[in-house]
Design a protein around this ligand. Structure first.
Ligand SMILES: [Zn+2]
Ligand SMILES: [Zn+2]
Length: 138
C-alpha cells in the first residue's frame, strides 16, 4: 500500500500509482474545474489565456497542462497559440503538430512492426515458392 500526501491539499491518502499525486477529493474538484473551464472556453471563444485563468481561478499552468493532454482547445479567435514541441509550428491543442505526430507514429510503427512482419512475409514467400515449384512438377 502506497500512502502519500496529496500535492494539492496535503491530506494523506492511498496512492493508486496513477499520476498526478492528488487525493480523490482533489481529483473530483479538478474535474469540476476542468468542466467549468471547458464550458467557459466554449461560451467565450474569444477569451485569452489570462482571462480564462482569472475568470475561473485556475492557474495558467493548469490550463496549459490540459491543452497538452488534448483535453482543452482554444479557438482561433482567442489568439491563444501553442507551439509544437518538436518543430515549433503553431498548434491548437496537444504537444505536437499533426506532421510531427504522423512522423512519430510512423517511426513507432516501423520500429514495432519490422521484426514482426519480416518473419511471416518470408515464410509466405517460401511457401508460395514451394507451391509454385510443386505446380511445375505436375
Ligand atoms: Zn487533496
Ligand atoms: Zn511539429
Amino acid at each position: 500500500m502506497d500512502i502519500r500526501n496529496c500535492r494539492k491539499c496535503g491530506r494523506i491518502f492511498q496512492y493508486s500509482g496513477e499520476s498526478p499525486v492528488i487525493c480523490d477529493n482533489c481529483k473530483r474538484e479538478q474535474e469540476k474545474l476542468f468542466e467549468q473551464v471547458r464550458d467557459y472556453i466554449r461560451d467565450n471563444p474569444g477569451a485569452s489565456m489570462n482571462q480564462v485563468s482569472e475568470e475561473n481561478s485556475v492557474s495558467i499552468n493548469q490550463i496549459q497542462q490540459w491543452v497538452r493532454e488534448e483535453r482543452l482547445e482554444f479557438s482561433r479567435e482567442s489568439g491563444v497559440t501553442f507551439y509544437c514541441e518538436k518543430c515549433g509550428a503553431p498548434i491548437r491543442t496537444g504537444r505536437f503538430c499533426n506532421n510531427c505526430k504522423n512522423a512519430m507514429a510512423q517511426d513507432l510503427d516501423s520500429m514495432y512492426k519490422k521484426p514482426v512482419t519480416a518473419v511471416p512475409h518470408k515464410r509466405r514467400t517460401e511457401r508460395d515458392a514451394m507451391r509454385f515449384m510443386g505446380k511445375q512438377d505436375i
